[in-house]
Unconditional design. Sequence first.
Length: 152
Amino acid sequence: MGILLIAVTPSIPTQVITIDSLTIRQDDAGRYCLNDLHKAAGREAKHQPAFFMRREETAVLVNEMICENADLNPVNRVIGKGKGQGTYVCKELVYAYAMWISPAFNLKVIRAFDRLQTQGVAVADHAAEKISKNLRGILIASWGHLPPWPHL
């Protein structure tokens, strides 16, 4: 009897963050759009992403992240015309931006990321169970029975 090889490539779930029904865009590296967060926070002129990015505290935080991981690119500014333009930042800078705006907005952002984490775990558990059942069916169909190992 031949050996059955199965390659399982899990799909990466889209990590959509919504705050007050507004979807926060992400770039290809998974960074979040500060411009969308600014809209979700109420678009106050004093809370523009450019003002946040010019703060000394923000520069120190970005520098600290880069010192920890030189490969990290926590900020990406997309300049030009079109839907993709904006300032995209890593999750840590999203939290810092939300804290800078207000405690209420900070709490909304924290809860949005918590929802993402909880939903992601639920999806992962469900996907693992489905893969296990599919694998079991494939093995039974191929061999007529399950081998004594592994216990699937």
